[in-house]
Design a protein around this ligand. Sequence first.
Ligand code: ACO
Length: 276
Amino acid sequence: MSSKDVVVYSVENRIAWVKFNRPDKRNAQSPTLNRRMLEVLEELEFRDDVGVLVLTGEGTSWCAGMDLQEYFRDTAAKGLGGTRKAQAEAYAWWRKLRWYQKPTIAMVNGWCFGGAYGPLNACDLAIAADEATFGLSEINWGILPGGGATKVATNAMAWRDAMYHTITGEPISGSKAAQWKLVNESVPLAKLKDRVIELAGVLLKKNPVTIKAAKDAVRRVTEMTYENAEDYLIRAQEAADSFDAEGRKEGLKQFLDDKAYKPGLGTYDISKQKKK
Ligand code: ACO
């Protein structure tokens, strides 16, 4: 297997399927995988034939966290510089994914531990198999959940659940992860891909400029005061208009003039929109 194969991807019907591909190591994030993942995300980000990106894992695992040998032990042997370099490479692709141009879905098919919470949080939506297993296992081998993982838990879950999850290290099922809001929902593994395709289909119908502005807004306003958020959202809408002046006009026309759809119940037909 070449070093490039640790991440594989294909594009079908405007969905980019990106896979962690180290199944024999349960898709743990090695430095090689982290470097390659950033390249793959960059290759796909502005392709016109990609409307949604799905991140999933080959085999029985979504991602078993950081690679304890290659990410921790081997890099620590190189001193602080080795550790910092490995961290920077991991955080670089998580950040790229957090602010990705296209909407993203984590399709969690199996194990999801520790350092996997970085990319989990980076994806806009997350659908898990009921049978998947989640855990902040760091505490079990003697470190605290770093790499943003504690922040991910407290952002997503109620405080009590986040505390329990962090300091017990007990694994939870995909269904429990959905109940605790670590993912949007869980479905039986046999139905996981169909559900993700259905959800991607919803996103593909939206105006792409608007969806990028809206997903960034959800992440940004979380840490703002109401006043700052109000101001930011005015500017964000105006910036989106400057990229796509026709979008909202067409949306209004199809409702008010053509009576072709109801915004409360569905999306306007973006294929009828004048190109810039
Ligand atoms: N880092 C390095 N190697 C790993 C990792 C990992 N995170 N996870 C699995 N592997 C390797 C195993 O060492 C084993 O390698 P080998 O075949 O060369 O011996 C191989 O993957 C298969 O692992 P098994 O344990 O045999 O697989 P199983 O399906 O029985 O269990 C499980 C899977 C539960 C994921 C188990 O491997 C495990 O607990 N892994 C560690 C999970 C973890 O705690 N990750 C770190 C989180 S903390 C952080 O990321 C900061």
